[in-house]
Design a protein around this ligand. Structure first.
Ligand code: SF4
Length: 450
């Protein structure tokens, strides 16, 4: 640790996806390495970093309101305010022009340079958003992890797919895979520290190509699963067009690989998928979902859906609902389309009226809710293996964890099961979670059938 920021307090506010959550853990690690300590709230901090998301208009609206709050905080007291993440990469110097209270803007490829950026920002506002064509390491060993049980491990960043609605290729750049030696070093060290679960992260994990040995994603997954001491391995996000049979074979062979896949659908209409430049058809998606469900019994699938994409008709929308009925996802993330800067779709007329987008979103979510209730009810009366992540936000002395399929399970337990596997007898459910009572925590590593 150096002492450049000794005596100062920092606060990191994160918007967006797991990739951003992981980046924020690394940003906190860089700041602590320099001697800064975490503040519980922005009002107590000397340095505030806002890690932003540009994927949807709604997340940018939330960001605008948060920045407004920081502007008034800055009027009251001296604090360095920085904007990081995807909005930083996209807006760069414009952020400083529009919001002069911001002291620095830093892109996702530049977090290792945060100490230098901070030193300069104390004198004069600055922008550091250089692209990098290669993977940038910035000290996994010092990341300040939000959980002591489940850890994110990034394996690639960026995207070459240019889906017509998506801004990610412009904020995270082209695909860059992390060397497998570095990934495995981090995973082994996390397993040795007692982490039970690893989540491999990337915008498009199944297009991973090891820059050292040209290993594919399935080969990497196999090696990660084989790391001694790890019980569960998950990964996201997968692109349906890159989900080869080799990955399914690895999932079938390795009991550590959780039977849960996030497989973004976006639309159930081939016509819309083509306009989205997704690279698969409705039939291709349904065939992949069936293959996964047949060859990995018990697997739970989740997905992303956009409603109201330019030109989406009622018939197109009905086709999306039909895919939901056929696949029966355990969970979906659904959004109204909003045009994003620089994307191909932003040039198309945004011709689905807002009230129609709203109606379709409500109808889709109602349908999904009823499917989830049916799926969750089928677990009532059964025993489910759960990794306990901590106290439940529901309170009442209960705990919360995740099942292998990714369901949230709130449960009562004797003793302290945090960080352990428990078998929970499911006594009830809602659309978004299961609840029940656990047996004794399992202190020993889980034994898998060969
Ligand atoms: S696959 Fe498409 S939606 Fe996903 S990050 Fe890449 S461009 Fe965006």
């Amino acid at each position: 640790m150096t002492a450049g920021l000794k005596g100062l307090k920092y606060f990191v506010r994160t918007f967006g996806c797991q990739m951003n959550e992981n980046d924020s853990e690394h940003i906190a690690g860089v700041l602590e390495r320099e001697g800064a300590a975490a503040a519980g709230r922005p009002e107590d901090a000397d340095i505030i970093v806002v890690n932003t998301c540009a994927v949807r208009e709604k997340s940018e609206e939330k960001l605008r309101s948060y920045l407004g709050r920081l502007a008034s905080l800055k009027k009251r007291r001296g604090v360095l305010v920085g904007v990081a993440g995807c909005v930083a990469q996209l807006a760069r110097g414009d952020l400083l022009k529009k919001r002069p209270f911001i002291d620095f803007v830093i892109g996702p490829a530049n977090y290792a340079e945060l100490p230098q950026v901070l030193a300069l920002a104390a004198e004069k506002p600055g922008v550091r958003t250089q692209w990098s064509p290669e993977w940038q390491e910035f000290g996994a060993e010092t990341a300040v992890r939000a959980s002591r049980v489940s850890a994110f491990v990034p394996i690639m960043e960026g995207c070459d797919n240019f889906c017509s609605y998506c801004v990610v290729p412009f904020t995270r750049g082209r695909e860059k895979s992390r060397p497998s030696s570095s990934i495995l070093r981090e995973v082994r060290s996390l397993a040795a520290e007692g982490f039970q679960e690893i989540q491999l992260l990337g915008q498009n994990v199944n297009s991973y190509r090891d820059p050292e040995k040209a290993r594919s994603f399935s080969a990497l997954l196999e090696e990660v699963c084989a790391v001694e001491g790890l019980d569960w391995v998950r990964f996201l996000t997968s692109h349906p067009k890159d989900f080869g049979d080799d990955i399914i074979r690895t999932l079938a062979r390795r009991p550590e690989a959780c039977r849960q896949i996030h497989l973004p659908l976006q639309s159930g209409s081939s016509r819309v998928l083509e306009r989205m430049n997704r690279g698969y058809s409705r039939e291709g998606y349904l065939a992949l979902a069936s293959r996964l469900q047949e060859r990995l019994p018990g697997i739970l699938l989740s997905t992303d859906v956009i409603v109201g994409f330019p030109g989406e008709s009622e018939e197109d929308f009905e086709r999306t609902c039909d895919v939901l009925r056929r696949v029966r996802f355990a969970n979906i993330f659904s959004f109204r389309y909003s045009p994003r800067p620089l994307t191909a779709a932003a040039k198309l007329p945004d011709d689905v009226p807002l009230e129609v987008k709203r109606r379709r979103l409500i109808a889709l979510q109602d349908l999904q809710r009823s499917i989830q209730i049916e799926i969750n009810r089928s677990f009532v009366g059964r025993e489910v293996r759960v990794l306990c992540l901590g106290p439940s936000v529901k309170g009442g002395g209960r705990f919360a964890g995740r099942s292998e399929g990714g369901q949230i399970v709130n449960f009562e337990a004797a003793g302290d099961p945090v960080g352990r596997f428990v078998d929970v007898r499911v006594t009830g459910c809602g659309p978004y979670s299961l609840h029940g009572t656990s047996g004794p925590a399992d202190c020993t590593p889980r034994r898998f059938p060969i």
